[in-house]
Design a protein around this ligand. Structure first.
Ligand code: NAD
Length: 458
């Protein structure tokens, strides 16, 4: 599609927004219900597209894509009436008689740009918030998962109000043309590299942005941790979607006294989950494309392989792999891995682990396995990250009332549940005064006696 068509599409969305069609509660609820119907009725087609793009199993597609979206829609349907209510706040004496409240207004036309790793959920999840808040939306899915993206382009117009919600497919060229248009908010999920491009483009129109980025999320395993449970949860969170998950534990910092035990447990859990040859497991996905496959193979020799290490280029398969004796300045420790390779690094204690985390950019997630409450509190208070999950991985993402987002280099802003509604709304300050009792104190001439009163009571 050429740029003038983008301009027309965006202009049409602005016209729809100005018509106020998307503001009523009923429109929002109807659209959320249609989105839910689409997700449920088209589930087989969505599963097939995800299988074609990433060889995702139906189980993973359900828990991390369609099922999760239906849960989020149900949450929004249940709470939207409350979210939309004005929030009454207190009004100090100097503004009496008066009433103060916050009303939540839709922002206007929102651009949602998504990556390829959860290509359905990372479109639909922000879309839920944008609709709930009463916005028009332009969606740009990833070009790297063509089956899911073209399915979205086909089914969204079937179910959703096309005056207000549109899909444009394409790659970086299309995205950069789109970014020249004026939006009222840009919600971007993707790499920090493209996040910077998005933010720079948004600045030209003073458009606010939410940037859901990636990074290296550490997982600390303390000496007192339940190694068996920790290994199971780490293996699940790391190798789900073959490691192509923004909040996957990127690397493990394990206490030196338990590192061998932990890596042996990880090795046997991988076999329990995916069999002795994970290539034949119907549950184990593939790398998205050749470029990412080659990038990941290039990271394999950053340490000693203690389990895994096999790959098959023709099938874009990389075995769940655990590395030890990894140099902390190697390539694998300087970029987000985003694949099924897990470095396990030895630390001498919790302070050592905290120092390691704090010497790097603030991560999207931080994981810690320990039963010791003092250690839990210490790690939470001494570090910073988008979110923290203790004694588990990934699961903080599905608590609807927890904001999901990064901090520093891992992102700007947050969403999920009511936080999505807030992200896609303008919190408008409203003060309603009475003309009764118009005290002269604030008006000129500013006499000394008025000044004294002001100092005393103002
Ligand atoms: P990406 O940044 O390459 O692409 C994301 C989107 O940006 C795509 O729609 C793509 O078409 C577009 N794009 C690519 N190049 C562009 C350019 N030059 N100008 C404008 N737009 C451009 O990211 P990706 O490789 O698809 O996804 C992987 C990254 O996403 C990882 O860093 C991962 O951690 C992150 N991620 C973050 C979250 C989160 O919720 N925080 C979730 C999933 C993935």
């Amino acid at each position: 599609m050429s740029q003038p068509n983008f301009a027309r599409t965006v202009a049409n969305l602005h016209t729809t927004f100005k018509s106020r069609k998307t503001r009523p509660y009923k429109w929002r609820i109807d659209q959320l219900k249609s989105l839910k119907a689409m997700t449920i009725e088209k589930e087989e087609a969505i599963f097939a597209a995800l299988r074609a793009d990433l060889r995702k199993s139906n189980f993973e597609s359900f828990i991390a894509e369609t099922g999760e979206c239906v849960n989020e829609i149900n949450h929004a349907l249940k709470h939207l009436k409350n979210w939309m209510k004005p929030e009454i706040v207190s009004t100090p004496i100097d503004n009496q008689p008066g009433k103060s409240k916050i009303i939540y207004e839709p922002l206007g036309v929102v651009l949602i740009m998504a990556p390829w790793n959860y290509p359905f959920m990372l479109i639909v999840s922000p879309l839920i918030g944008a609709i709930a808040a009463g916005n028009c939306v332009l969606i740009k899915p990833s070009e790297l998962t063509p089956n899911t993206s073209s399915l979205l382009a086909e089914i969204i117009p079937e179910y959703m109000d096309s005056d207000a919600i549109r899909v444009i497919q394409g790659g970086a060229d299309v995205a950069s043309n789109l970014l020249e248009q004026r939006f009222d908010h840009i919600f971007f999920t993707g790499s920090p590299r493209v996040g910077k491009i998005v933010m720079a483009a948004a600045a030209k129109h003073l458009t606010p942005v939410t940037l859901e980025l990636g990074g290296k999320s550490p997982c600390i395993v303390n000496s007192d941790a339940d190694i068996r449970v920790a290994a199971k949860r780490i293996v699940w969170g790391k190798f789900v979607n073959a490691g192509q998950t923004c909040v996957a534990p990127d690397y493990v910092l394990a206490h030196e006294s338990i590192i061998d035990d932990l890596t042996q447990h990880i090795k046997s859990v991988v076999a329990d989950f995916y069999g002795n040859d994970p290539k034949t497991s119907p549950d184990y996905p593939r790398i998205v494309n050749q470029a990412h496959f080659e990038r990941l193979i290039g990271l394999m020799d950053s340490g000693e392989i203690v389990s895994g290490g096999h790959s098959d280029e023709a099938d874009l398969y990389i075995e769940p792999t655990v590395l030890t004796k990894v140099s902390t300045d190697s390539l694998i420790m300087s970029e987000e891995i985003f694949g099924p390779i897990l470095p396990v690094i030895s630390v001498s204690g919790i302070e050592d682990a905290i120092g390691f985390v704090n010497s790097r950019p603030k991560p999207l997630a931080l994981y810690l396995f320990t039963k010791d409450k003092e250690v839990q509190n210490n790690v939470i208070s001494e570090t910073s990250s988008g979110g923290v999950c203790i004694n588990d991985v990934l699961m903080h993402m599905v608590v609807p009332d927890l904001p999901f987002g990064g901090v520093g280099q891992s992102g700007v802003g947050a969403y999920h549940g009511r936080n999505s509604f807030i992200t896609f709304s303008h919190a408008r300050a409203v003060l309603i005064k009475s003309t009764f009792g118009d005290l002269p104190l604030r008006y000129p001439p500013y006499t000394l006696s008025k000044f004294k009163w002001l100092r005393r009571f103002g």
